[in-house]
Design a protein around this ligand. Structure first.
Ligand code: NI
Ligand code: MN
Length: 226
């Protein structure tokens, strides 16, 4: 399965013939200025929570591609008011079968206001299962014991976890999360974008390797195969 990293917590996966974009935050990201959002194709956009560093380019990309936006009820209502009608509202604990696979909404320990201050509902992560690949994207969250539930439902192929600290768990807690998930392959996200979340790549990669986990930190715009 091909995954393309667009910086911060934004990535695109190609699964079951569909392109699924997560948490688009590209145009305000200094580190991602080489990426032109008008070249990104998407059939679905999954939004973990309302914060601007996860939603900034959602409306522009949804309007151009007509992708369906999958998010919580409150963000769905907000998008509808901004003119994005093609949404699928969900909430924590629920799952839905899309044509690329099943999305289950997982609780995240974080917050979720929208860029204009509107209440953004609860933050979520996503467990995506499909006949091809299955993975868990935690969204912005602290380490939580609830992550142990995921391996009871699904043996995932890899996890996408924040590692930058300050706003989310740090890399040491992400290692704990990977153990709970029984994951040996992790894509690190939510690091380096802002001064408080800058990391030492070499040290962090070493720490994962010591625990028998491969940490992937692709360059912005780079595609990797899971
Ligand atoms: Ni956030
Ligand atoms: Mn964030």
């Amino acid at each position: 399965m091909k995954l393309t990293y667009y910086g911060h917590s934004c990535f695109l996966v190609e699964l079951g013939g569909k392109k699924i974009l997560f948490d688009p935050f590209i145009t305000p990201n200094e580190l991602a200025k080489e990426i032109n959002i008008n070249t990104i194709e998407a059939d679905f956009i999954l939004i973990s929570h309302g914060h601007v560093d996860h939603t900034a380019d959602c409306i522009a990309i949804a309007n151009r591609t007509r992708a369906q936006v999958v998010c919580n009820w409150e963000i769905s209502e907000w998008l509808n008011k901004q003119g994005v009608q093609n949404t699928h509202a969900m909430n924590i604990g629920g799952k839905w079968n899309f044509d690329f696979g099943t999305v289950r909404c997982i609780n995240a320990v974080h917050s979720s206001s929208l860029p204009d201050g509107t209440y953004g509902g609860n933050p979520m992560g996503f467990l995506l299962t499909s006949p091809g690949k299955s993975f868990y994207y935690s969204g912005d969250t602290a380490l939580t014991m609830d992550m142990q539930l995921i391996n009871r439902w699904t043996q995932i192929d890899f996890a996408i976890l924040p590692i930058g600290d300050n706003f989310t768990m740090d890399y040491a807690d992400a290692i704990e999360a990977a153990h709970m998930l029984n994951a040996t392959s992790v894509l690190g996200v939510h690091y380096d974008t802002f001064p408080p979340i800058k990391i030492n790549h070499h040290q962090v990669k070493q720490s994962f390797a010591t625990e028998g986990i491969t940490l992937h930190l692709p360059k912005i715009g780079e595609s990797i195969d899971f």
